[in-house]
Design a protein around this ligand. Sequence first.
Ligand code: SF4
Length: 732
Amino acid sequence: MKAGLYPVLGPPASGKTALALDWALGVLERRGRVLWVGLPHQRAYVYRLLGARGAFLGLEFLSLQALYYRVLAEAGWLRPLLPGAGRVALVGEALRELMGPGVAPGEARLFARAIAELKRSGLSPFALPKEGEAGRLRRVYLAYERLKRGSLDYDDFRHKAIKAPLRLYPEPSLVVVDGFREVGPLDLRFLQRLAKRVPVLLTLEVLPEGLTPWRELAPRPPRREVLALANPVEEARYLLKALKRALAPKALGGEGLAPEEVLVVAPEDRIPGLLLLKEEYGLPLEDGRERSLAETEEGERVLALLSPYPTGRDLLALGFARLGRKALRLGLAGEEALGLLAEREGLLEEWRAFLALRAPGQDLLAWAEEALERLGVEAKEPFLARLRLALRVDRADPLAWWRSLILDETLPPEVGKGIPVLPPLRATGIRARRAYVLEWVAGRYTLGEREDYFLLEELREEGPLRGLKRRLRGLDPLFREEVASRGEEVVLLYPRAGPSGPLEPLAEGRRPEPLPPSSRLEALPHTPFRPIPPSRARGLPTLEALRRFLEECPLRVYLERFPTTDGEARGWALLAKDPKALEADPAVSPWLQAHREHLEGMAFFLNWDGRRYRLRLDGVRRQGKAVHLYRLLPEDEEPDLGRRWTEWKALENLLSRDDVEAVHLWAWPWLSEPTPLRKTPYRKGEAVPRARAIGPRLEEALAGWEAGSFAPRPGNACYTCRFEDICRKEEG
Ligand code: SF4
C-alpha cells in the first residue's frame, strides 16, 4: 500500500468502519502496525470489532489529540499542557486585564469557546475585525495568547504538529482516521502531511472543501422498525422490557444477545429515568453521558461546599443531616433562611459547624486541602489544581471561579461494562447489532445549529475568516440519519404525547404487541397500595370544611382538622392573638391607626355553633342593630366571598334574628383597605339568593360527612396540598 491520503466518503452506516477494519486487518496479518485514530468514546467499540475477527497484535487506538501529543513529544517540542479549565481561567484573567474586575465565569467560557474555534481553524487574532464584539474577542484572544506563553492548549498541539518534524517511531504501516463526521482544516493539513510518509485512510460523512474522495460508499440502510407508545412512561417501560427480552437466553424465550451487541440512544434528559429503573428490571445499563469533575460523587460534595446559595440538599451532601432534612422539606435556600431555620429548630450547633467548614481561611489552599480532607475526597489534586487556576484569575474572590472550573472540564469516558445508554452526540461513530432509539420525535435529535454570538454567518463567508466553519449548514437530517443507523437493526420508539401535549413523530410507527412482564414488580400479582381512608370525623365541621369536602378533596379536609405544626401566627391571626406586638411594628402600626374605626370592637375568629355544623367567622363587629361581617384575607389576596359559604349562611341567620336590622359584608386583605361587597347593607326581609342556593349543596355535604367517606380525591387541590401526597404513600 503506497503512502497517500485515501479519503472515503459515505453516509452514516455505509460501511466505512468495515472498510477501514478490512484494511487494518490486511496490514496486521502482514505483521504491520496500524494507528487507529478516532474519538475517545469509540475506543472500546473499535477494540471489540477487532476482537470479534480474531487475536491480533499491532493496532493502537488513539485520539487525534493523543497523536499530536506524540508527534510533539517525539520532536521534543512538548511544553506544559493547559487543559480546558485552565483555558477558561486564562481567558478570565485576560478579560479582567482588559475590562476590569467583575468578570463572570460564564462570560469567560463564552470567549474561551470562540477562541478555541478560531484556533482550531488556524486563525490568529489578527484575522478578526477590530470593531464590535468581534473586536473585543480579538483583544481578549491577543491577551490570552500573551498570558499563555510557555504552555500549550489543545489547539496549540494541533498547530505545532503541522510544523514539527515527523519522526513516527515505530513508523505505522497504516493510519486509519475513522468515526468523524468531518475534519477541520488544520487536522486535514496534518493528515495530508502524514500521508506523504504513510498511507492514511480517512473516512468522513462531509468532505472538506477541495478534497476529492478516493472512494464513495453507497448508503446501506439498516433494518428499521418504528414503534409508537402512548406516553414517555410506557415508552421507557417498553424499552426496558425489550432489552430484557433481547438479553434473555434463547432457552427462556429471549434472543440471547450479549450486552455489547445492544445499545440505546436517548435524549440526555431521559437517561437518568432509565438508569433509575435498571434495578427494577435487573438490566446492566451503563450511563453513557459525558461527566465533568463536578458530577463525580466527590465533585458533588465539593460543589455543595461552594454553593453560593446552600440548600437542604447541599447540607445533606456535607453530612449535616438534621438541618438538611428540615431545609429540604421546606424548600429553603440561602444562608439567611437556613440560619433562621437553624435558630428556630434549635440546630445552631450544626449550622455553625457548616459555616465553619465553608469559611475560607487566610491561606486558601491550606483551607481547601483541609476541607477536602474532611469531605473525604481522596483524589484532591484535580480539585486543588483548579483552585490554583481560580486564584490566578481572581485573588479577591476565587471561590466562584473554583466552582465554575470544577464544572467545566469533562472526564475521559469510562470503559463499557453493560448496555450503553448514550446521548445522541456520544452515539456517533459507534454501532451495535441492535440499537434502540428513544423519543424519535421532531426537535429531539438536532445539532442545535444557530448563529454564533461573535462571528455571524456573513463574516464566515468571505475575507480572512473564510476558513471558519459556517454555523448554519442544515446538517440535522444527516445527524438524524446517523442516529437512526446505530445498529444493524434499529428500533425507533416514540411517545404519541408528552406532558405538554401530542408529539410529532419523525416517522409514523405502529403500536407494538405487549411484551411479557420483565420486572419482579410487573410479574408479581399486582396489588397496589390503597390507603384506608378515615371513616369518622369527631366534632362539628365548619361550613367551609363542608364546602371543600364537596368541591375539593375529602381526605385533605379531614387531615387539615388536625394542626400539624404550631406555625407562627402572622397577619390577622397575630392581631387577634397579640395586638400589642403589632402596634410596635412600624410597618403595621400606621395601618392599624388608619383603620381604628373598623378594628375597635371587632371580634376575631368567632365560632358560631349550630346543631350540625359550625360557622367560623373571621371578623364580626356590632353597631347597634347593624352587624359588620369581615372576610379577613392574607396580604394581596383576592376576595373569595363568591366561592365561600360561611358569610352567606351567617348573613341569612343574622337577618332572621330580632336584634339585627342590617348586615354589612366586607372583604379585607391584610394591610389593605376593607372593601364592602355592596354599597348598601343587606336588610331584614331582603332575599339572599346566594344563601338559598347553598342549601341543597350543604345537605349533600352533610350527608357525605356524616356517612364518613373521607377518601382522597386527587385533582387541582393536590398542587397546594401540604400533606405531600400522604394519601399515596405506603409509609405516612
Ligand atoms: S394530595 Fe391530593 S388527593 Fe391527596 S390528600 Fe392532598 S389533595 Fe387529597
